[in-house]
Design a protein around this ligand. Structure first.
Ligand code: ATP
Length: 346
C-alpha cells in the first residue's frame, strides 16, 4: 500500500516538530527516516500511524485520506526500540495475541492461529523458541519476535522506530541485514526510523534525511551519500572535515592549499577523512600539516594532522597505505583531497 504524506504540520505548544512536510512512499518500499535527535522522525511515524493528529495536512493510504481514521482502522504494524512483549505469555502466545483479540466474526480458528503463528516464527527464524518466555530471550531475539507479532495481523504498513537501537553493534548489524532480506520476501510498505546513517544506507530503498521538522533530501542510499543536496546532509552522512574560508579571485584557501570556488565571499570546504591522500611533496592543492596522532581503528588507521591556525584534519587510511607510506607522528605531510565539496555564500 502506498503512503502519501501531504504538507503535515505538527506543533507541540509553540514548537513545530513537523514543518509542512510532504513525502510519498511507494507500495512495497522500505524508507528510512534519518536525522539527528529531535528532528521529528518519531513524530512523523506517529502521525502516519494515527497515534498523533497533525495540526494540518493529510495522510493518504493507497490514495485514500486516512487523516481522521483511528489507529486501529489503519492496519499498521509497529515495532519500537523497547517493545514490551507480554512477559507472562510465551513467544507463541505473544505472536498469536493480535489474532486472538479480533472480533469474533474475523477471528481465525485455533488451528488456523497455530498454523499462522508457526509460519511467522519460521519467517523470523525463531520457531524453536515458541514455548519460551520473553525473559528467556536475547535482545535481538525479542525484537524479531516483536516483528513477528507486528506482522501477525497482516499490516498494510509496517512502522519501525529504532527497532535495533538498544542492541549492541554486532547484533544490530546482523539484524538489519536480516530485516532487509525479510522485507524482500514479504514486501510490506515499511518506514524505518533511525539516527544511524550506516543503518539507513544499508537497509533502505530510499533514505529521507530530516532536519528540524523538514526534509533535507530524499534519495537512494548512493544518491544521498554521493551527491548530498546540502552541507547538512554531507555532514550527517559520514565523518567530514570542515573549513571556513574566504573566496579570493575564484579560489577558496585552506591552509597552504587552494580550491576553485563558485563566486561568493565565504566558502565552506568539506573533505571526508577517507578521501584524502598523503604526500611528502608540496603542491597547489595540498594542505601542509604535521601529524599529531595515529590510531588504529581495525581495517583502517586514523591520523590527526594539524594544519594552519592549529586546525586539526582527520585522515583515514587503509592499513596498507599506512604501511606503504610509513607515516610517523611529528612529520610534515601534504594532504591531497581526492574529493572536495565547497559551498559558497555571499
Ligand atoms: P529522537 O531520535 O531523539 O527520538 P526524533 O527525531 O524522533 O528524535 P521526535 O521524537 O519526533 O524527534 O521529536 C521532535 C521534537 O518534538 C522534539 O524536540 C521533541 O522534544 C518534541 N516533542 C515530541 N513529542 C512531544 C510531546 N508529546 N510534547 C512536547 N514536545 C514533543
Amino acid at each position: 500500500m502506498s503512503i502519501e504524506i501531504r504538507n503535515i504540520v505538527k506543533t507541540f505548544g509553540d514548537f513545530k516538530a513537523l514543518n509542512d512536510l510532504s513525502l510519498n512512499v511507494a507500495s512495497g518500499e522500505l524508507i528510512a527516516l534519518l536525522g539527528p535527535s529531535g528532528c521529528g522522525k518519531t513524530s512523523l511515524l506517529r502521525v502516519i500511524a494515527g497515534l498523533e493528529t497533525p495540526d494540518s495536512g493529510q495522510i493518504l493510504f493507497h490514495g485514500e485520506d486516512t487523516t481522521d481514521r483511528h489507529v486501529r482502522e489503519r492496519q499498521v504494524g509497529f515495532v519500537f526500540q523497547h517493545y514490551a512483549l507480554f512477559r507472562h505469555m510465551t513467544v507463541f502466545e505473544n505472536v498469536a495475541f493480535g489474532l486472538r483479540v479480533r472480533p469474533k466474526s474475523t477471528r481465525p480458528s485455533d488451528a488456523e492461529i497455530k498454523r499462522k503463528v508457526h509460519e511467522l516464527l519460521n519467517l523470523v527464524q525463531l520457531d524453536w523458541l515458541a514455548d519460551r518466555y520473553p525473559a528467556q530471550l536475547s535482545g535481538g531475539q525479542r525484537q524479531r519476535i516483536a516483528l513477528a507479532r507486528a506482522l501477525a495481523v497482516e499490516p498494510k504498513v509496517l512502522l519501525l522506530d529504532e527497532p535495533f537501537g538498544a542492541l549492541d553493534t554486532k547484533v544490530r548489524k546482523e539484524l538489519r541485514r536480516w530485516l532487509r532480506r525479510l522485507h524482500d520476501e514479504i514486501n510490506v510498505t515499511s518506514v524505518f526510523v533511525t539516527h544511524d546513517q550506516e543503518e539507513a544506507l544499508e537497509v533502505a530503498d530510499r533514505v529521507v534525511v530530516m532536519n528540524q521538522g523538514q526534509i533535507e533530501q530524499i534519495g537512494t542510499p548512493s544518491q544521498v551519500y554521493d551527491t548530498p543536496a546540502s552541507p547538512f546532509v554531507y555532514q550527517f552522512l559520514g565523518d567530514v572535515n570542515l573549513f571556513h574560508s574566504r573566496v579570493h579571485e575564484g579560489w577558496a584557501k585552506v591552509g597552504s592549499a587552494q580550491f576553485a570556488a563558485e563566486p561568493g565571499e565565504h566558502a565552506t570546504v568539506y573533505v571526508r577523512p577517507h578521501e584524502i591522500d598523503l604526500s611528502r611533496i608540496a603542491s597547489l592543492h595540498a594542505i601542509e600539516g604535521t601529524i599529531t596522532h595515529i590510531r588504529l581503528l581495525g581495517a583502517t588507521v586514523r591520523l590527526e594532522v594539524e594544519v594552519a591556525d592549529h586546525e586539526v584534519v582527520e585522515v583515514e587510511l587503509t592499513r596498507e597505505r599506512q604501511l606503504e607510506g610509513a607515516w610517523q607522528v611529528a612529520e610534515t605531510v601534504y594532504l591531497v583531497p581526492r574529493e572536495v565539496k565547497i559551498s559558497t555564500a555571499v
